[in-house]
Design a protein around this ligand. Structure first.
Ligand SMILES: Cc1cc2nc3c(=O)[nH]c(=O)nc-3n(C[C@H](O)[C@H](O)[C@H](O)COP(=O)(O)O)c2cc1C
Length: 409
């Protein structure tokens, strides 16, 4: 998991872990006060799996982020840090904040002149946040803070710096009214610190918001009820911040084109023939298609750099062997260089003396009928003169650049 550094307000170094590929839509995950960035790792992994680039950052004075020399832990500094991080990301992210992290995000996003993020998910916000400092923290919050303190996970000045909750309450409530992006509020049903009324009162200010309550969840609902929370989070993102599907246009890189073509699921074949010395040759190919029933024609496309292409162009016959599930190692063997592909392969010959891979899902012996030169490939068209097949076996499939198996039901 690559580590990334951001420069926060006043040059404070902020450390983040990243998951997934940077070109994917970004999600920025902010922990609660005193919490380390690792709290979000599981959610970040789920997000990366769902095709997003997740960034888990430590707040100033937390974890590996710098403890500011001036001890500035005021709302102003947290908000400015977040705005600085957003400016350093290559695209606008969706922001997910647990408790304090979400409240900072709501304040920063609502106060900004232009939309700095694509969506906001926050847990347990409350309209009367200024009452929090006076209220007794619940047992679980005390336990977590002590645990984070024991690990030296945060700067004590965070508590002694006189954070102004009244200021947060005012600014967060004002900011809520100006939030233009879709928001999701997740409330822990057993959360003692923010009441359902106070959460709804704050939500009432936000123009586009949805509230969900997770039963049994507390102040740390995102982590205590991680599976339910992550499911809600992914659903919200898919719905409100859909991933832009990748696009190929003329001139785009070949990788994008391959990915686009990889959306067509295929079987896998090993195509074979013999070279002028009578030695068996062949390669893995999925560019196989049936062309005509009468006469029975099929085609395969061979890259012009394929070593055995001259043999396929010279020999009057070739064979197409359709692979079954158990033949994945064979597919790898016939697609990798520098190995004797036939030394460990069981094969036989039929009527035209070209190698037929024994016990394949199907094998077609073909006579070469035509050859079409197109781009960087040669299309070989063959007439099937003999076929043996065993459709009771499961095929080896290929989709999205990976081997797949049939899945019924
Ligand atoms: C799943 C899969 C499908 C492939 N399909 C084709 C294909 O249709 N045509 C082609 O020329 N190469 C295809 N290849 C690549 C060749 O198998 C690979 O480049 C092989 O090494 C070429 O043979 P050579 O080493 O004798 O040149 C495919 C590879 C894989 C893994």
């Amino acid at each position: 998991m690559p580590v990334r550094e951001f420069t926060g307000f006043g040059g404070v170094k902020l450390v983040a872990d990243t998951f997934g590929q940077e070109e994917h839509p970004c999600v920025l995950l902010l922990p609660g006060a005193t919490q380390p960035r690792q709290a979000w790792h599981d959610a970040a992994k789920a997000l990366a799996k769902a095709g997003r680039y997740a960034v888990c950052v430590d707040f100033r004075g937390h974890g590996d982020s710098e403890r500011p020399a001036d001890g500035n832990y005021q709302l102003e500094a947290f908000v400015a840090d977040l705005v600085a991080i957003l400016a350093q990301l290559s695209s606008r992210p969706a922001i997910i904040g647990s408790t304090f992290g979400g409240w900072i995000a709501l304040t920063a996003l609502g106060e900004a002149q232009s939309p700095l993020a694509t969506g906001l998910v926050l847990t347990n916000p409350l309209e009367d946040v200024s009452g929090l400092s006076a209220r007794a923290l619940d047992k679980e919050v005390n336990r977590q803070v002590s645990e984070n303190r024991r690990k030296g996970g945060f700067d004590e000045a965070l508590f002694t710096g006189g954070f102004d909750f009244k200021d947060l309450e005012y600014r967060m409530t004002q900011a809520a009214k100006r939030l233009k992006i879709p928001a999701l509020i997740v409330r822990g049903g057993d959360n003692a610190l923010s009441s359902a009324q106070s959460t709804s009162a704050l939500a009432a200010h936000i123009p586009h918001v949805e509230i969900v309550e997770i039963e049994g969840g507390g102040h740390y609902v995102a982590f205590e009820r991680a599976d339910e929370f992550n499911a809600k989070l992914l659903e919200f993102l898919e719905h409100n911040v859909p991933r832009d599907p990748p696009e190929f246009t003329s001139g785009s890189d070949q990788r994008t084109l391959r990915d686009a073509m990889g959306c067509f699921a295929t079987g896998i074949t090993v195509v074979t023939t013999k070279d002028p010395r009578g030695q068996p040759v062949g390669l893995t190919a999925n560019s196989f298609s049936s062309v005509s029933l009468d006469p029975p024609l099929v085609l395969i496309c061979l890259g012009k750099s394929v070593g055995s292409l001259p043999a396929f162009q010279k020999e009057p016959a070739f064979a197409v062997n359709i692979l079954h599930m158990g033949q994945q190692p064979l597919s790898n063997l016939f697609a990798s260089k520098g190995q004797d592909r036939f030394a460990t392969t069981i094969w036989e010959t039929w009527d035209y003396n070209v190698p037929i891979i024994s016990n394949s899902l199907a094998s077609y012996e073909c006579l070469r009928r035509n050859e079409v030169d197109q781009g960087d490939h040669i299309i070989l068209i063959g007439e099937v003169v003999r076929a043996r097949f065993d459709p009771r076996r499961d095929p080896l499939l290929y989709f999205g650049g990976k081997y797949r198996r049939l899945h019924f039901g």
